[in-house]
Ligand binder design. Structure first.
Ligand SMILES: Nc1ncnc2c1ncn2[C@@H]1O[C@H](COP(=O)(O)OP(=O)(O)OP(=O)(O)O)[C@@H](O)[C@H]1O
Ligand SMILES: O=C(O)c1ccc[n+]([C@@H]2O[C@H](COP(=O)([O-])O)[C@@H](O)[C@H]2O)c1
Length: 195
């Protein structure tokens, strides 16, 4: 029997982390076989421009604040020390070496699954790890890897909140506080982020 602890890795830039992210992470902690969910803060997504990003340590601090009330949700800064851009295949190899007693699974929205076949060495990722996919609203009908035996569709709430929209609304002086953990909003407000 496989007795390794199953850990879910939820990767993201979290610029900033919002209640949509936390609802998903908590849903997996409560309704799946994953013991812990680690929110892995990515310094540089290979598919995104770095210019609009807050420095890594501020995004990590927000993830720390948003998860501290949840026993099974943990912030993870492993990618801060790895080469950039952050290729997930490298991060997984590094984590597996550091924590051989854990089995790592990826948590991913349906929107990201659409592009998985373009990720660096995605075949190696799928050889060693399961991917738990939750629903998102997406216009794509044909998803290349949908039927792969390592891909598991898991039902979860659909919450259409986006970090991009939050940043835009803060810039426009709108109230975004219901979309963020109060301690995250307090940090953004104090530090004058996204103005
Ligand atoms: N409202 C949401 N519900 C569920 N998953 C989400 C939601 N928003 C983002 N995600 C997913 O959470 C992960 C982390 O999100 P990330 O911060 O990297 O992207 P994002 O929210 O799309 O940010 P941005 O708008 O800055 O591009 C990604 O896999 C993303 O697809
Ligand atoms: O490894 C890759 O080739 C790769 C390509 C695109 C995205 N990713 C990772 O996927 C995670 C979520 O991406 P995103 O687009 O929601 O920010 C983030 O951690 C990225 O580093 C990874």
């Amino acid at each position: 029997m496989n007795s390794r602890k199953k850990t879910g890795l939820y990767f993201g830039t979290f610029n900033p982390v919002h209640v949509g992210h936390i609802i998903i992470a908590n849903h997996f902690a409560e309704h799946s076989d994953l013991d812990e969910i680690w929110l892995v803060v990515t310094p540089h997504n290979p598919f995104k421009k770095k210019s609009s990003l807050l420095p890594d340590h501020h995004r990590l601090e927000m993830v720390h604040r948003a998860t501290e009330k949840y026993n099974d949700l943990k912030p993870c800064d492993i990618e801060f020390k790895l080469p950039q851009p952050s290729y997930t295949v490298n991060t997984l190899a590094h984590l597996q070496e550091k924590y051989p007693q854990r089995e790592f699974c990826l948590i991913m929205g349906e929107d990201n699954l659409n592009g998985l076949h373009k990720w660096k060495n995605y075949e190696i990722i799928l050889e060693h790890h399961s991917i738990y996919v939750y629903p998102r609203i997406t216009s794509t009908r044909e998803v290349p890897l949908e039927k792969h035996p390592r891909i598991h569709k898991i039902d979860a709430p659909i919450i259409e909140i986006s970090s991009t929209a939050i940043r835009k609304d803060i810039k426009a002086g709108k109230n975004v506080s219901p979309l963020l953990d109060p301690s995250v909003w307090q940090y953004i407000d104090q530090m004058n982020f996204y103005k």
